[in-house]
Ligand binder design. Structure first.
Ligand SMILES: NC(=O)c1ccc[n+]([C@@H]2O[C@H](COP(=O)([O-])OP(=O)(O)OC[C@H]3O[C@@H](n4cnc5c(N)ncnc54)[C@H](OP(=O)(O)O)[C@@H]3O)[C@@H](O)[C@H]2O)c1
Length: 281
């Protein structure tokens, strides 16, 4: 029996797990499909009931795969999808949302995000989100890849303060959000959703991660995830296409890092000492 899943309460009062599941690059290879679906279902069994997808991923096929993985257990899932910036007009957002719902085989999203800022005025996208919410097609909305200035602009718009999260690139090797974005969002009680929390695997060979993992009887992935999750108001959405990877990620919640671990990680992956632009993948 796994330990209870820690949660974060959104401003809307909806509750999300601190550890969810990503889906970028899933559904790109038919041979991997059974394992990918098994992994997502395994994650749901383990309490990682937030699934993050997007109309962009595999050109909609990731949403179809998610639909298959959650069939018969929709009530258990906190389902997140994203609208592409060039679709994010009043009508385009509605069309994109309806298409995502069809592919996912559901009648509502729990959270709908603007994938990144694009050509459409932000006020129009916010209006579109509010209309979808009023129609019951989405429960909550939020943004992704928004830096501090974008958040300030959003919050100045009518309805902008209904934003429920900012999903951003955040991991040991991408610490820009720590300088201002995370503190500002913590102050405003807006959770940060960390994407690519293990840097798509690129940091896992770093000796400092291996050393700490060996000391803690853990793996480098677990150290990287425990580090992202060390702070209040931050959740993470690692993507795993194998059930054993899901187990390993879930067990990261049992790993605690002490001051020496954090100092060693700071030495290898220095925190920002001045404002740095938010990075994107
Ligand atoms: N909003 C945005 O602009 C944006 C951008 C990027 C990502 N995202 C979201 O964030 C999610 C996560 O980010 P990501 O997919 O870029 O990268 P990630 O979660 O940092 O890394 C995924 C990679 O790590 C591997 N992995 C996972 N668990 C592992 C384990 N226990 N041991 C070894 N390897 C493991 C996966 O391999 P296997 O597949 O073999 O398990 C995969 O190759 C995405 O899937 C997507 O939903 C959002």
């Amino acid at each position: 029996m796994p330990s209870p899943m820690p949660t974060i309460t959104l401003p809307s009062s909806d509750v999300i797990p601190v550890l969810g599941q990503g889906t970028w690059h899933l559904a790109e290879n038919r041979a991997r499909r059974p394992s990918e679906i098994a992994a997502l279902r395994h994650g749901l069994d383990a309490g990682m009931n937030l699934i993050d997808t997007a109309e962009m991923y595999a050109d909609g096929d990731a949403e179809i795969l998610v639909g298959e993985a959650i069939a018969g257990r929709r009530e258990q899932v906190f389902l997140v999808s994203k609208v592409l910036p060039h679709h994010a007009t009043r009508q385009g957002t509605a069309r994109a949302c309806e298409a995502s719902l069809r592919r996912l085989g559901t009648d509502r999203l729990d959270l709908y995000l603007l994938h990144w800022r694009g050509p459409v005025p932000l006020a129009e996208t916010v209006e579109a989100f509010m209309a979808l919410q009023a129609g019951g097609l989405i429960r909550n909305w939020g943004v992704s890849n928004f830096d501090v200035g974008d958040m300030a602009e959003l919050l100045s718009l009518p309805g902008g303060n209904e934003v429920q999260t900012d999903q951003v690139l955040y991991n040991l090797s991408r610490r820009a959000p720590e300088f201002e974005l995370i503190p500002v969002c913590q102050e405003l009680n807006i959770p940060i959703m960390a994407y690519s929390p293990i840097e798509q695997g690129r940091i896992l060979g770093r000796p400092v991660l291996r050393d700490i993992a060996a000391r803690r009887d853990a793996s480098p992935v677990q150290i990287a995830l425990a580090w992202v999750l060390r702070q209040e108001g931050v959740c993470a959405i690692p993507r795993a296409s194998r059930p054993d990877h899901v187990d390993e990620n879930r067990a990261a919640l049992g790993v605690e890092l002490d001051r020496d671990d954090l100092a060693a990680l700071d030495a290898e992956f220095p925190p920002p000492l001045h404002p740095q632009p938010l990075e994107m993948l």
